[in-house]
Design a protein around this ligand. Structure first.
Ligand code: NAG
Ligand code: NAG
Ligand code: NAG
Ligand code: NAG
Ligand code: NAG
Ligand code: NAG
Ligand code: NAG
Ligand code: NAG
Ligand code: NAG
Ligand code: NAG
Ligand code: NAG
Ligand code: NAG
Length: 411
């Protein structure tokens, strides 16, 4: 993620930082929305980035500034294509208690970004410590940017909007309302700053590079998941990293266990562990029993929510991973990959799982992957053994040769 230098203030709330880490997810951190009408045709497309600096009064009669950004998980509840009476609207909710909306209106040959409203809740003490007045504050601003119909508005440069106690910053904007025939226009209408700032690299680079691969991530945190029916019947400790390939762009998401819920079910022949979070509708691990004496990971079903609100699903019910005897657990500390499809794989770290026969909520003896993985290990051992033997033979031969030609070898 390129920091374009316009993000002047780092988000202070660690919650936001956490969200960012979690949702380095879908492409860049930009907000993106593709709204469809009742006939499933795109009526509005928008992609942009923003943050807000909010000044508030504290109980000690001082003023404080905090900066919040949209980074992380946003929902778009209330966004609409509009109808005869009302124009289209983008509504975004992010972090806890922030909401942002923008209205569009239409004239004969143009449409306008009409007005923006932004609400924040000063009762949220994590973001607004010691706020004197607690409650929801909403600020309105009239923008009135006119754009020719069937043009997409682009403003890569930073735009600032000041109102009362809030300074809004927007950049990387790409928006078209009243999209015709469901096709987003290729005709761009640039904002003044982008027109004049032609030397600024920002304009050329910001074509908000959808193919940008997120920066490599560290190892994911290890989560402790379990399924409890009468007692605990399934245990799984693992760090999970999702790898999604979409239009040749790779997104790598580390699952943050702190923000992930889990459920599941246990049956004699099959067991399910289901994870979900704000950007994962579900991630199902289905375990099965084979030959009445071993278990394995048979199936993975996943449904992900993309930044633009669309849903991406993958399923594979013909897997064969994490194979171990019933009554034991499967363990693998090194990184392993579960290939669900060509476009979706799960990297696991520090894995230990027991989907059946869990006694007293504890893992049974572990079957370790490196010991179990004879397909790789045996050739290595055999290979190492063989090459060792060859080296010994060669050395013995050379020594023998050297001895027999001792007089000859003056060097
Ligand atoms: C709308 O279109 C998208 C992509 O064109 C498609 O995936 C989706 O199933 C459609 N939805 C409906 C309700 O037709
Ligand atoms: C908060 O930011 C505003 C606008 O940048 C500035 O005028 C004000 O002095 C700042 N207040 C504090 C307490 O830093
Ligand atoms: C958007 O339009 C709706 C209905 O026309 C209105 O109630 C609302 O106040 C408007 N919001 C903004 C931010 O202009
Ligand atoms: C504002 O935040 C407080 C504390 O988090 C919460 O109790 C309250 O319901 C929120 N108000 C609204 C309108 O969301
Ligand atoms: C949309 O479709 C109509 C009828 O098919 C056509 O006349 C019009 O030019 C199209 N508009 C755009 C922007 O493609
Ligand atoms: C759980 O307990 C209920 C009764 O308390 C029993 O009917 C059920 O069979 C038990 N389930 C399992 C999986 O042991
Ligand atoms: C993600 O998947 C792609 C395509 O399969 C692969 O090239 C890339 O190395 C993977 N990255 C990680 C971190 O697993
Ligand atoms: C999750 O929570 C634990 C304990 O509350 C904390 O130690 C850990 O750093 C958190 N991890 C992340 C990724 O937030
Ligand atoms: C997981 O799903 C449940 C039920 O569908 C929902 O209540 C919960 O909020 C979700 N958890 C997260 C972290 O989104
Ligand atoms: C996973 O997906 C397959 C195919 O869509 C479906 O048959 C199966 O029931 C799903 N499994 C779960 C646990 O939802
Ligand atoms: C969301 O974005 C993805 C990738 O950019 C794209 O394939 C998908 O069609 C988009 N969804 C909608 C509803 O436009
Ligand atoms: C599942 O895998 C087996 C062996 O790899 C193969 O023979 C079978 O056709 C596969 N089934 C499906 C539904 O892909």
């Amino acid at each position: 993620m390129v920091n374009r230098g316009v993000r002047l203030f780092p988000a202070p709330a660690s919650g936001l930082v956490l969200l960012c880490v979690l949702l380095g997810a879908v492409r860049s951190y930009a907000l993106e929305l593709n709204l469809r009408d009742s006939e499933n045709a795109t009526c509005l497309y928008a992609k942009w980035q923003m943050n807000f600096q909010i000044q508030y009064e504290t109980t000690s009669k001082n003023y404080k500034n905090v900066t919040v950004s949209d980074r992380g998980i946003a929902t778009y509840k209330g966004s609409t294509c509009g109808d005869g009476k009302n124009g289209p609207r983008i509504a975004v909710q992010f972090d806890s208690g922030f909401s942002w909306t923008v209205n569009f209106t239409k004239a004969m040959t143009t449409y306008s970004i009409d007005s923006i409203s932004f609400s924040y809740n000063t009762s949220n003490t994590a973001v607004f410590p010691e706020a004197k007045d607690k409650g929801v504050i909403t600020v309105y601003d009239t923008v009135k940017i006119g754009i020719p119909l069937n043009n997409i508005f682009r403003c890569s440069s930073l735009s600032t909007l000041e109102s009362n106690d809030v300074v809004h910053q927007y950049w990387g904007i790409l928006v078209q309302a009243f999209v015709q025939n469901g096709t987003v226009s290729t005709k761009e209408f640039l904002c003044e700053k982008d027109k004049t700032a032609t030397t600024a690299p920002i304009i050329h680079t910001t074509a908000p590079a959808p193919t940008a691969t997120p920066t490599p991530k560290g190892k994911p945190e290890v989560g402790a998941y379990y399924v409890r029916e009468n007692g605990t019947c399934l245990l799984a400790n693992m760090g999970l990293q999702l790898n999604i390939t979409q239009d040749k762009a790779v997104s790598v998401i580390n699952i943050n266990p702190n923000m992930t819920d889990f459920t599941g079910s246990c049956h004699p022949q099959t067991a399910l562990l289901r994870l979900n979070s704000s950007n994962i509708n579900y991630l199902d691990f289905v375990f099965a029993v084979k030959n009445e004496n071993r278990f394995y990971l048979k199936e993975v079903n996943v449904s992900l929510i993309l930044g633009n609100g669309s849903v991406l699903s993958f399923t594979n019910s013909n897997l064969s991973y994490w194979d171990a005897p019933l009554g034991s657990s499967y363990m693998c500390n090194k990184e392993q990959t579960v290939a669900v499809s060509g476009a979706f794989q799960i990297n696991t770290f520090d894995l230990r799982v027991q989907p059946f026969n869990v006694m007293e909520g504890k893992y049974s003896t572990a079957q370790e992957c490196s010991l179990d993985d004879d397909t790789i290990l045996i050739p290595i051992i055999v290979g190492a053994g063989l090459s060792g033997l060859i080296i010994v033979i060669v050395i013995a031969y050379l020594i023998g040769r050297r001895k027999s030609h001792a007089g000859y070898q003056t060097l």
